[in-house]
Design a protein. Sequence first.
Length: 319
Amino acid sequence: MSTTPVQPAPGTLVFYSDFDDFDTWKHALQAQLPGLRVVRANEIGDPREVDFALVWKPPAGFFRAMTNLKLIVNLGAGVDSLAARDDLPAHVPITRISDPNMARMMASYVLFATLRHAREIPHFEAAQRRGEWAYRHPRNPGDIRVAVLGLGELGALAASELQRQGLTVLGWSRSPREIEGVQCHAGMDALDGVLGQADILVIMLPLTADTHHLLDRARLEKLPHGAAVVNVARGAIVDQAALTALLQSGQIGAATLDVFEKEPLPSGDPLWSMPNVLITPHLASVAIPASAAQQIAANLRRVANGESLTSRVDLQRGY
Ligand code: GLV
């Protein structure tokens, strides 16, 4: 009688997110790794049984008793919410989602928001509410300068897609990058020069100690009068009070904001009622189970085989 070799179960993965659907993720992961046990945090039983964690903003102390953890997967691109914790087991690697579909979703939001400003759609929306036929001749796309701050996986694709629209695209990053058709600049010394040319500023940086309030009042004032700001990264990269004041005075003409210093944006915040501000509730891009599960499963296999991981996060660096 022939015997089928038994595949060892890959282990137990705990899932935590207030924003993502457990069953969808469980099925997507098990489609890749049929032996994987996927549980919610309240179903764990003995925390020492947990091998892997797939988490978005888990509560304080979440990891404390998980002494056999082998991998933490951040259920998103930005890892700033993990950086300040004191319950992360030492030496357990952390990876983040890196998924071309997530980058595409982000690029589509950035395209929408940037083109909305480039085509002056807010002007027509306001005119329509007044019942006015308010003709404004469209500007030549090449005359509109868009600066993308942050040229990581998400920023690089967005910059590339923007230049495909014929806009003049400047990129800025900490270390030098090259993107076809994009005028790339690097380092703090180059930042003010880039801001000074940005008719539309798109913020796509990770939030780290270095980028916290990077766009303070003085830097926001470098933008040309009436510039538009699009923030799809993290609210705290911008001094929100300064941004609000500059939007109120018209020095900054408009903003599309998906992220805020405090989320949800508190009711009564002046940004809610400003006609030149479009607010969306932090969803410019989200992790997509069907495709991201493949990347996560590949890393789980690498952990099991002692191989090096992809999309590993360096919490010292902050991304
Ligand atoms: C969302 O903000 C993410 O970092 O994935």
